[in-house]
Design a protein around this ligand. Sequence first.
Ligand SMILES: Cc1cc2nc3c(=O)[nH]c(=O)nc-3n(C[C@H](O)[C@H](O)[C@H](O)COP(=O)(O)O)c2cc1C
Length: 403
Amino acid sequence: MWNAFWSVASFDRIALDPVTRRLRRCASVDDYRHIARRRLPRGVFDYIDGGAEDERTLAKNSSAYTDYEFVPRVLRDMSSIDTSTSLFGIDLSMPLVCAPTGFTRIAHSHGELAVACAAARAGIPWSLSTMGTRSIEDVAAVSAGSKWFQVYTWRDRSMVADLLRRAADAGYEAVWLTVDTAVLGRRERDVRRGMTLPPKLGPGTLIDGVLHPAWTWDFLRHEPITFANVADYDTDDGSTAVSLAEHMHRQFDDALSWDDVDWLRSVWDGPIVLKGIQSVADAKQAVAVGVDGIGLSNHGGRQLDDAPAPVSLIEPVRQEIGEQAVIICDGGARRGSDVVKAVALGADAVSIGRPYLYALGAGGERGVDQLLEFFREGIERTMALTGRATLAELDRSLVTRRV
Ligand SMILES: Cc1cc2nc3c(=O)[nH]c(=O)nc-3n(C[C@H](O)[C@H](O)[C@H](O)COP(=O)(O)O)c2cc1C
């Protein structure tokens, strides 16, 4: 009996470190999400996790990937898989980009610094939001990896021009201009919870905080969260609690138009990606005004509910614009196989937001390292199982629309 027992017994050393224990349990993005949901106060988790109105677009962004199936080929030499690519002359170890997320430190005190360092180690670009909680320069001081900066067009153009000058001086390589935020989408989870940025202490948030002591302890031990990039300007730096909708309404220019892309070109020399293109017609116009990249995106389902899933736009947009601009598919990707599908349909890369925020909430910087490795392994495995050794072989023949 003992012989039989010992032949199958295998005891992993028990990890004393709680982060290691948590991360060992994460096998998919959904696992990071579950742990983040347990650790973060409900208001914080819902701010990250939620979408606009009935969240149909939020759900569709991911489920639309299942509209496509692979057409695998076998008996090809898969002993060496190469996932590397380049965007705007920047080398990437895989076709993945970390999208900009505002208020990143709400997931974990290390926030942007942790994600930027993890992305640099993974060999992929990371993006800083105008609404970021670490300054352009602070991130540049810790990460030599590829950094992109995201701007909204604020009413105060001189401030945007100055931010872009600072980004260029600090070595940021590309700019996202987010164009899907003429007004803020109605995120009903935030409305219900009275979500403010930074979180405002009231009886509800106090109880929420007490019920999530690890997050609260981390939050209280570090310097207050502010909109670090705009803190030096004559604007709201986020140090007082305001509702997000109120803040956006005050700062964003809802008269933004195609002429503003010309203006952006006059103050930024590097590549420009329009983030928030949601139709073939606008993709065509974006190419006509000379942008370098098209970010097919609906802000992760946080703006217009019933906007199309970005993955469903890749093929028609690529057909319309040919090779005139880079296409980045943003929203809903949760596995390496999703990235492979997007590239096969004609995207140059995929960007992710919530997956790294969940990983950050679940395990800090190490969580993000592990998550990016999960995507890399997923891309490599899918390529091996579909018989494609390089990204150049990921073409339309690899996927078919499920009937
Ligand atoms: C918490 C959160 C904050 C975000 N903040 C910004 C932002 O400041 N600027 C921006 O252009 N997009 C922002 N986004 C959208 C992301 O850049 C990206 O489009 C989206 O997360 C992609 O969808 P995914 O989360 O399904 O990967 C944010 C998304 C989340 C979840």
